[in-house]
Design a protein around this ligand. Structure first.
Ligand SMILES: [Zn+2]
Length: 458
């Protein structure tokens, strides 16, 4: 979930989900949630009619999806970066459960990011190797980075982000910024890249949603929606990560940074409402940590919820983020020259990756490439500028393609297969947008293609 705020708040225990919402309990008890202004946020999307519209819209997209006829020399593979298992203090999930989520979504690479702790070494003990056809790579969420060293760094202390990244690199490893919203000013030479989307950062912006999480009535209302529209409810939190991308565009103009999705999956968001002793109602998160203790005497509306329950009875349980759903929401698509750890490294080092919000419709097959009269480079390529160069964006759906140059919108076209002629060097990345019910949603975010001029362009 959250990382420590910066490198200087060393070893502060990470705040589990339970504690974030615990701090909101007081706020809830004195706030009329229904009187909150209606913002265009996750809560507004979480009504039965809206979710039904989203469901129907996505069904239509899935029917009109067509395979992209353009092929690259690479093998496309869905990867999850930023994933926690029970090695982390804030997850209870087994590898079997996580693999089930991977199989349900065609994910073939999982790069773990456990919270380090004294009782284990994430590189030695962490999940690794190929299991059931899925390549598992151990790593940690370490002081603001997704850290993937190739040798143990247990017990090492780093005085700065630069030192940490350098050490990871020295082992042959890769590091990425995570939770970019907490480190917009970081500049680490030689870092592999950054998250350009993070599920929890997205959720954190949903203030009304977080207010609802401590309200038993909210869960009571949410339960049937989660049962009927599990993915639509989860993915209601998706917004365009504009602050992340603004920073990402700046970073890529300094030197190439590989952009990846931070799934930040733990399977720990949800609630269990339990009848306590006497007139108490207990709220726990789904890893069993206490969130709130409410008294029916003080809050009579809870009586209906409690019904005839006895001490210890589970009155209600709602599970929001099993891996299957979290992986369907978004994946990082890698273009591999070989299905191996080394192949994954080469793709991540070269920026041969795009982020796909596959819950809308599978983005597999999407191509962003540079062409003259023939293809000259896939996503991530660094190419010299030549006259007549084009950048082509070819998606499995009719969509709106937006080409961004050095952080500015360069052009916008609608279609499945569009090309933009470019007249000057720059850092170019593509965004693909689709209409989902009454909203335009971001569907694909690519890494840049870097077109160099004669002199000092990156
Ligand atoms: Zn995390």
């Amino acid at each position: 979930m959250r990382g420590t705020k910066d490198m200087h708040s060393i070893r502060r225990p990470l705040r589990p989900f339970a504690r974030i919402i615990q701090t909101l309990v007081g706020a809830f008890l004195f706030t009329d949630v229904s009187a909150a202004p209606v913002w265009a946020d996750a809560m507004a999307r979480m009504t039965a009619p809206k979710l039904q519209e989203v469901r129907e819209s996505i069904e239509k997209h899935k029917q009109s999806r067509e395979a992209v006829s353009l092929k690259t020399p690479f093998e496309e593979t869905k990867a999850i970066l930023h994933c926690h298992s029970k090695w982390s203090h804030d997850s209870r999930s087994t590898i079997e459960e996580i693999l089930k989520g991977a199989h349900a979504n065609g994910v073939r690479v999982i790069m773990f990011t456990e919270h380090p702790a004294d009782h284990y070494d994430f590189i030695v003990d962490g999940h690794q190797g190929i299991r059931e056809g899925v390549l598992l790579i151990p790593g940690a969420e370490l002081k603001g980075m997704l850290a993937y060293p190739l040798k143990s760094i247990k017990g090492m202390d780093f005085s700065s982000p630069q030192e940490q990244s350098d050490m990871i690199k020295r082992t042959g490893g890769l590091a990425f910024y995570c939770h970019l919203e907490e480190r917009m000013d970081w500049q680490v030479a030689g870092i592999a890249g950054t998250e350009i989307y993070n599920v929890h950062a997205d959720a954190k912006e949903e203030s009304r949603l977080f207010l609802g999480l401590v309200n038993p009535l909210f869960w009571l209302q949410l339960r049937p929606l989660v049962d009927k529209y599990p993915q639509e409810v989860f993915s209601a939190l998706q917004d365009y990560p504009k602050d992340y991308l603004r920073r990402y565009d700046e970073l890529c103009q300094m030197f190439p940074h590989t952009g990846v999705a931070g799934n930040d999956s733990h399977h720990n968001i949800g609630i269990r409402i339990i009848r306590g002793e006497k007139d108490l109602i207990l709220l726990e998160d789904i890893i069993g940590q206490k969130v709130a203790e409410l008294s029916i005497g003080k809050l009579p509306f809870l009586a209906a919820l409690a019904g005839k329950s006895k001490t210890g009875d589970v009155i209600l349980q709602v599970d929001l983020d099993p891996y299957e759903r979290a992986f369907q929401h978004v994946t990082t698509h890698l273009l591999l020259d070989e299905f191996s750890r080394e192949g994954v490294w080469r793709a991540l080092e070269a920026g041969r990756a795009f982020v796909g919000f596959d819950w809308i419709t599978d983005t597999t097959g999407y191509v962003f490439q540079a062409e003259t009269d023939k293809p000259i480079g896939v996503v991530g390529s660094k190419l010299p500028f030549t006259a007549g160069m084009k950048l082509r964006s070819f998606a499995p759906l009719e969509a709106k393609h937006r080409l961004i140059r050095n952080g500015q919108v360069f052009g916008e076209k609608t279609g499945r297969d569009v090309s933009f002629e470019i007249a000057e060097p720059g850092v170019y990345r593509a965004e693909v947008w689709v209409q989902v019910a009454d909203e335009e949603r971001i569907w694909i975010l690519t890494n840049p293609i870097y077109i160099k001029g004669d002199d000092t362009q990156p």
